[in-house]
Design a protein around this ligand. Sequence first.
Ligand SMILES: C[S@@+](CC[C@H](N)C(=O)[O-])C[C@H]1O[C@@H](n2cnc3c(N)ncnc32)[C@H](O)[C@@H]1O
Length: 230
Amino acid sequence: MLEEQKSYYEARATEYDEWWERRGRYDLGAEGNALWREEIQKVEAVFDMAPLRGHVLEPAAGTGNWTLYLTRRAEKVTVLDNSRSMIEKNRRRIQEAGLQGRVDYEETDLFCWHPRARYDAIFLGFWISHLPSAVLDPFLLLMASALKPGGCLAILEGQRNGRLRSATQGTSRLNDEIELRTLNDGRTFRIVKRYDDPEDLAKRLERAGLDAQVGASGEQFLYALAFSPS
Ligand SMILES: C[S@@+](CC[C@H](N)C(=O)[O-])C[C@H]1O[C@@H](n2cnc3c(N)ncnc32)[C@H](O)[C@@H]1O
């Protein structure tokens, strides 16, 4: 399943941004798209206040929607992703912004990855929902171990009942953890997709030794800021 998930994201790299930018089959109409953008601005306002500076680690960075945001604030960003095509898109975006010297790339499988350094901050965008629940706690512990004292772990996810979805998105739920996803060309893949409740996520972050605040942007996003003890 996790291999199929990797293949899915490699194959989806060219069309991934249609979701974030609400184009093609992800278009929610003028009103829905405006609400989506408003909610993105709300979560950006939260992350603007967080210490996402110094050396930032961004596991599962994808095409770089958040890499650009992070690189504009941090001294250095280390991107991890398993998909070569995602990394290429990310690299191009950062080059186009003239920020190439500030981002390192590592093509790696996060299920085998171990930190070789400690980071001032870590940003996980739409990643922990793709972890089977059995590995969520160990993964959060791994992230906590990669933070410097006082470092900040930031998490962004969709809410379980986020209203801004459309029936044409090509997704069907197989069970609590598994979804069937369809690409524009009709290929289908099974991937892990879970939704964390804010209270449960806060408890898990506390168990990983972090001081956590979990919040929601409104109807769409869930975010967390969790700090390692100083
Ligand atoms: C939902 S996307 C999130 C991208 C980005 N963080 C964002 O906010 O748009 C998930 C990312 O995880 C990557 N990924 C999937 N399985 C992986 C694995 N086993 N190891 C590393 N990256 C993986 C995919 O290539 C994809 O870029």
